[in-house]
Unconditional design. Sequence first.
Length: 319
Amino acid sequence: MIGVVGAGAFGTALAITLAARSEVRLWARSDAAVARMQTHRDAPRLPGVTLPETVQPTSSLADLRGATLLVLAVPMQSLGALLPLIAPLSPGATVAACKGIDLATLTGPTTVIGAHLPEVPAAVLSGPSFAKDIAGGLPTALALGCADDGVGASLQAALSTPTLRLYRTTDTMGVELGGALKNVIAIACGAAMGAGLGESARAALMTRGMAEMMRLATCLGARAETLMGLSGLGDLALTCASPASRNYALGQAIGAGTPRPAATTEGVATATAALALARKHGLDLPVTAATVALVAGDLTVENAMADLLARDLTTEDAR
Ligand SMILES: NC(=O)C1=CN([C@@H]2O[C@H](COP(=O)(O)OP(=O)(O)OC[C@H]3O[C@@H](n4cnc5c(N)ncnc54)[C@H](O)[C@@H]3O)[C@@H](O)[C@H]2O)C=CC1
Ligand SMILES: O=C(CO)COP(=O)(O)O
């Protein structure tokens, strides 16, 4: 049995695709949400989607005891508080499906998990995938990062479905940072588009944003190849170009001066965390710094772009 913790858009989508080949229990903290899912077989965050009978919604974490693996699909900043409740379940392994950097520790999900469940292997799943696409059975490819390649191979086999293809790596840091940092750049790209700065500006932000992702991630020990893969370039391509991305949509609203959407936007906390890490390591991340200022309302998009354009001229590979 696979347990999925968190019945938001992504947890539910993963539960649906995994149910094609495994028994899946899907935990939500709200009794009312679970009762609704049990009765109507629908998904509150995925309109129009039907839960297969092989997905069992539950609001009791005890129902996840004995799971061969637990997929953790809550927002990154909620993960640390959730783990003391997960630890007694003694899962065979955990797979983090959240994208972000924990503000309290400035670390990614597998490090946060390791602090609470030191004996349990922790992997991370990340890459270009809108929940609605996975739930709808559309073809999707993701990266699975696991420090132990043997465990990674068995998780890869357990989590691959006819429509979800996983590529594995031992570079957990690269997978985590690719998925986390692309959200920051997606906010910046959305802001540029919302303010009418044009598609060329967006392409410049994506590329220079990717340079920042590489700079920070490789400084922290990630491999450049991982960032050039699904969790990095792949997710950047998806999220920076689609209004279906909540991070992009937030940026778009900031750029257009319209009300900010209320949805989960991991890039906001991650931008602050990334900037703190950059300062700690003496790195320059101008797009990330501009994004923090934009979100805080300290800069307009036009002023942020003017500042970026006025920086000292430099070489393309400057670090
Ligand atoms: N929605 C998507 O297309 C994708 C999302 N992700 C990632 O998945 C993670 C979750 O995102 P979504 O499912 O989209 O968000 P969501 O906002 O749809 O759902 C989050 C769920 O977590 C629950 N939750 C929040 N704090 C909790 C806590 N302390 N304890 C228990 N449950 C808690 C909420 O009640 C909600 O059901 C994020 O890190 C996101 O970046 C990754 C790939 C795609
Ligand atoms: O991570 C995602 C797609 O890979 C989803 O992006 P948003 O969280 O911006 O909606």
